[in-house]
Ligand binder design. Structure first.
Ligand code: SF4
Length: 378
């Protein structure tokens, strides 16, 4: 089992909170698509296993024309063993999903869409520098449905400044009324090299207090549960059978190849590689056959710690017996005092075989994981 991630490094405009890798200069779009198609072909030896998931992320993959998407999908199908039941996801922004484009994306074999809605509040959409309106978001969803998509994920952002609890509840109400199969929730984080980062430094933006952000998140967990969405990871909620297979593959540590500028790959064992995060350098390197990836060798301890972090972030939690077999140590015994404290505060549930976070615990998942990490030489 293996996965392919295809990074499309373009956006029509920059959202004020985003620090992903993308360019708003679309003039090199065709050349980059050709370069990615070439990379897909040239690196085919990287994956020997059957490909079960393909994920177009970005950036904004939906701004590619159907001919460009077809070129990339063909490159994958021509060079890899893609399972007939593969999950093929494409991230889309509402402004790109016209009736015609939604249909052609579906006809190309994409069977899962992930649409960036973020909020239905018109003013907040503009404040975040999103292009689309809330009406466009609803229409895009309808177009996707009528094009035949039966597996659609919608993204929402919580903890938006001056977007109070009531406004957040309205966002959740509206999104569940649309009845998507999957919902992802992200707390607004302020990254340094973004417009919001600058505004924060200039005191033009005050972040939502932590307790309010936590309250919005916990409200969402209960609300989505009442509407039939099971939380299977910190940020992800799905109806039965509609979890992201691509994400599950990442968490399970299966090999995947990431192509395109800024994408990274994992060989399923101890090596990660990172493509150069710059469109011009990527293009030059592919065309002139220069090196464009950097490698990172993971130690046994790093792999174990990654497993602790990813399993802890899932609703199933950490399989303690499997982890003990791998690491030779029982973390429940090593950290018994700390875990008792966490359990007393209703942050975790601990049994002989399993350690999992409770809803309040998801708020501190990374901090808990850090406490459980092994040190080199331990
Ligand atoms: S949030 Fe999405 S659309 Fe907005 S800049 Fe980032 S990648 Fe582009």
């Amino acid at each position: 089992m293996a996965g392919i991630y295809i990074h499309i490094p373009f956006c029509r405009q920059a959202c004020h909170y985003c620090d992903f890798h993308f360019s708003t200069n679309l003039s090199k779009q065709e050349e980059i698509v050709d370069a990615i198609a070439l990379e897909i072909e040239e690196r085919k030896a990287y994956l020997k296993e059957d490909v079960q998931t393909i994920y177009f992320g970005g950036g904004t993959p939906s701004l590619l024309s159907s001919a460009q998407l077809e070129k990339l999908i063909k490159a994958v199908l021509d060079n890899y063993n893609v399972s007939e039941t593969a999950e093929i996801t494409l991230e889309a922004n509402p402004e790109d999903l016209t009736n015609g484009h939604a249909k052609s994306i579906h006809q190309l074999g994409v069977n899962r869409l992930s649409i960036g809605i973020q909020t239905f509040d018109e003013q907040k959409l503009q404040w975040m520098n999103r292009i689309h309106s809330s009406d466009e978001a609803r229409t895009a969803f309808e177009y996707a449905r009528s094009a035949g998509f039966q597996n659609i994920s919608l993204d929402l952002i919580y903890a938006i400044p001056d977007h109070n609890r009531e406004a957040w509840q309205q966002d959740l109400n509206q999104i569940t009324k649309m009845n998507p199969e999957h919902i992802s929730l992200y707390g607004l984080t302020i990254e340094d090299k973004t417009v919001f980062g600058k505004w924060e430094r200039e005191n033009k933006l005050i972040q939502v207090p932590e307790d309010e952000a936590a309250a919005q998140y916990l409200f969402a967990i209960d609300f989505l549960k009442s509407k039939g969405y099971r939380q299977y990871e910190v940020s992800n909620f799905g109806k039965d059978g509609c979890h992201s297979r691509h994400n599950h593959a990442y968490w399970a540590g299966v090999p995947y190849i990431g192509v395109g500028p800024g994408a990274h790959s994992f060989d399923g064992a101890f090596t990660r590689s990172f493509n150069v995060r710059n469109n011009a350098k990527y293009l030059k390197a592919i065309n002139e056959k220069l090196e464009y990836t950097e490698k990172e060798q993971l130690s046994e301890i790093q792999r174990i710690n990654e497993r602790i972090l990813t399993e802890l972030r899932t609703a199933n939690g950490i399989d303690l017996k499997a982890l003990a077999k791998l690491s030779g140590a029982n973390i429940a015994e090593i950290h018994s005092g700390f875990l008792k404290q966490m359990a007393d505060q209703n942050l975790i549930e601990l049994t002989n075989d399993n350690l999992r976070l409770l809803p309040q615990g998801f708020l501190v998942a990374d901090e808990v994981a850090l406490r459980l990490f092994f040190s080199e030489g331990e």
